[in-house]
Unconditional design. Sequence first.
Length: 240
Amino acid sequence: MAGHSKWKNIQHRKNAQDAKKGKIFMKLAKEIYIAAKEGGPDTDTNSALRLAVDKAKSNNMPNDNIERAIKKATGGLDGVNYEETTYEGYGPGGVAVMVNVLTDNRNRTASEVRHAFSKNGGNLGENGCVAFMFDRKGYFVIDRREHNIDEDELMMDVIDAGADEIETSEEVFEIYTDPESFTGVRDALLEKGYQFETAELTMIPQTTTQLSPELEEKMLKLMDMLEDSDDVQDIHHNMA
């Protein structure tokens, strides 16, 4: 994980998503829906729902949309049954790619994902073909440009909260923790007054692959095409 920064990839996705907020809200609503359906509507006792709601709020999703998704789940919306699954494969230049989806039609989604890979110089693989290259981690981003933060004080607070690692750049602080400590670290830092640009459980690559400008452009096109699918929730990869 050393030296890996998700921030460039997050910025690319945010820039691409600015023009399609409606599609983003749809994906977030599905994530809230399945979390509420599986664990109930109470965010105090359903940590998966709490994470989904926090993610929605960080993307400026209206409260009405959030509440509607929870009510649909707990009210047993007829005819909708979302399933979670992950597709694994290789992008241009051998980049490892994991695609998390929520779908009510596996055949449709598999076809869309396979088409995106094949059109952009990649190919789908078997389950497990790249998962071993990633570690599940809690991930936080604090924007140092918008908040007057003392770096030494933050580092001490991060250590006290139980996080594993912090990386710094001119723009942001990136904080990593093990999944079991995610909620505790998040709550401890919130109590200290820190605000997060990103707070999520994610997959972090153990090593990264450097691509030529031409192959990197193809990889970005693959990501954009996958993002255009309503069923794709998250994309993880090890492009540097």
